[in-house]
Design a protein around this ligand. Structure first.
Ligand SMILES: [Zn+2]
Ligand SMILES: [Zn+2]
Length: 331
């Protein structure tokens, strides 16, 4: 099959690789109908995230049709089902999954020791996202092996375009969780730092949750992703948040941040909430809101291309050339 393969810094190619196969009874294989390039893929593209290896297949925003099902996933999935695949792989059985904390599933990161050293604990396994998070092949490909497929899927109905459903995989629930974590009350003013695709979803989500006024903040340095972890954003949030307000953090913080004004945070009585998105916690509700027409996440798509054009689309997305905000690829 064809797949977008990481070869090194700013070197992603559309290669021919072997088709995935069912390796475990809980696996399924999907034929990818659509996938997208995420802002966090650019961190891999720039080689800012450790533990990528040449040959790794990119991509964690993917949907498609089930073409093969392992014996233990058969009760939940069958050939022909249309599914969106969450970027986090979840077992559905561990203590964290049972509490709905899917992005810290205790069982799906098969290289947990890597994550232990970097993050102090294991994260869930993630598709197409470094060996710190399991080194699972991603979905910017013609086919994807979905481990723990009996729980790692969102079934979606026919009759709604891929464009409207694809972002249930990541950016819609991520933006939604950012807004939910902020504990928005009707009439609140909400400030949102970062107006890329996730920020756009967070803005729509905050409106749906009753925010009266939204202040959207962005700047060239972030738009260009010239920085990795962003202490100045955290500092600004603490400075401008009202006393007893809530700071909600979502996104790619991987290392250390410096000079955080904890005295101000403490004495303003701020609440901090942060997590990678617990995707399936939100997808049932969000799918219903898409079906109702309350939200249509397809508005962020600026470019559609064939999978084989993936390498050029990465470069275009990196350069923000041609108004590029979100790229959807179809094999
Ligand atoms: Zn993403
Ligand atoms: Zn789990």
């Amino acid at each position: 099959m064809r797949a977008l393969v990481w070869h090194g810094k700013e070197d992603i190619r559309c290669d021919t690789v072997s088709d995935p196969e069912v390796e475990d009874p809980r696996d399924a294989i999907i034929k990818v109908t659509s996938c997208a390039i995420c802002g966090s893929d650019l961190h891999l593209f720039h080689n800012l995230v450790p533990a990528m290896l040449p040959g790794d297949i990119m991509g964690h925003e993917t949907m498609g049709e089930v073409v093969e099902v392992g014996s233990e996933a058969k009760g939940k999935l069958k050939k022909g089902d249309r599914v969106v695949i969450p970027f986090t792989i979840q077992c559905g059985e561990c203590d964290q999954c049972r509490k709905g904390n899917f992005s810290v599933c205790q069982r799906t990161n098969r290289k947990a020791n890597f994550g232990d050293a970097a993050f102090g604990h294991r994260t869930a396994g993630l598709f197409g996202y470094t060996h710190l998070t399991g080194g699972y092949p991603g979905g910017q490909a013609e086919y994807l092996r979905v481990p723990f497929a009996d729980t790692t899927h969102v079934k979606v109905p026919d009759g709604i375009d891929d464009e409207k459903l694809l972002f249930l995989s990541d950016i819609l629930p991520t933006g939604w969780q950012a807004a939910v974590q902020a504990d928005i009350q009707p009439g609140d003013t909400v400030a949102i730092w970062g107006c890329g695709p996730v920020g756009q979803m967070a803005i729509r989500s905050a409106i749906l949750l009753g925010a009266e006024q939204i202040v959207a903040i962005d700047r060239a340095k972030q738009m260009l992703m010239a920085e990795n972890d962003r202490p100045h954003v955290l500092r600004e949030m603490i400075y401008v948040c009202r006393p007893a307000g809530t700071i909600s953090i979502i996104g790619v913080y991987l290392g250390l941040v410096d000079k955080i004004p904890m005295g101000q945070a403490m004495n303003k009585g701020l609440t901090f909430r942060m997590a990678q998105a617990h995707v399936p916690r939100w997808t049932g509700d969000l799918l219903r809101r898409i079906e109702d027409g309350q939200i249509d996440p397809s508005f962020v798509i600026t470019h559609k291309a064939d999978l084989s054009q993936g390498p050029e689309m990465y470069a275009k997305f990196r350069d923000k050339a041609d108004g590029c905000i979100k790229v959807m690829l179809q094999p």
